[in-house]
Write a protein that binds this ligand. Structure first.
Ligand SMILES: [Zn+2]
Length: 131
């Protein structure tokens, strides 16, 4: 049989959790075409938004990602600018604000990928479609 697509590859490349071939999103993460989540996988026909409102849960994943990212960003700011004081306050604020803004497309995409690939036990990989 031909090689199967690994789960890691499917996660990194935003592939359908069912077949690991079809794209979950239209457009690119950072581009002029605003990315959208497809309703149905073009390769295997799996519904990507399994039920209406399914992606509300992705907001919680996205929130958790944001908290972790802001801790990392704050730590980097700390290494560069020193502790948070009245003088460095604006550095922290600008860095964190810019970080949130810059990471928004990344979080949008990966919160949904994590939801589909990791937190949805009822969506199973079907090697049959992975060709
Ligand atoms: Zn698919």
């Amino acid at each position: 049989m031909e090689g199967k697509t690994s789960k890691l590859y499917a996660i990194v490349h935003a592939k359908c959790p069912h077949c690991r071939r079809g794209d979950i999103f239209t457009g690119s993460m950072y581009g002029f075409n605003i990315q959208h989540t497809k309703e149905v996988c073009a390769h295997c026909g799996q519904r990507i938004e399994i039920e209406p409102g399914y992606f509300y849960a992705a907001m919680y994943v996205s929130y958790a990602m944001n908290v972790i990212e802001m801790l990392i960003v704050s730590y980097i700011t700390y290494l560069i600018c020193g502790p948070l004081t009245d003088e460095t306050f604006w550095n922290y604020l600008i860095v964190i604000f810019t970080g949130c803004f810059a990471l928004y497309p990344f979080n949008y995409r990966y919160s949904r990928i994590i939801l589909l690939h990791v937190l949805s036990p009822n969506i199973k990989y079907k090697p049959y479609y992975d060709r």
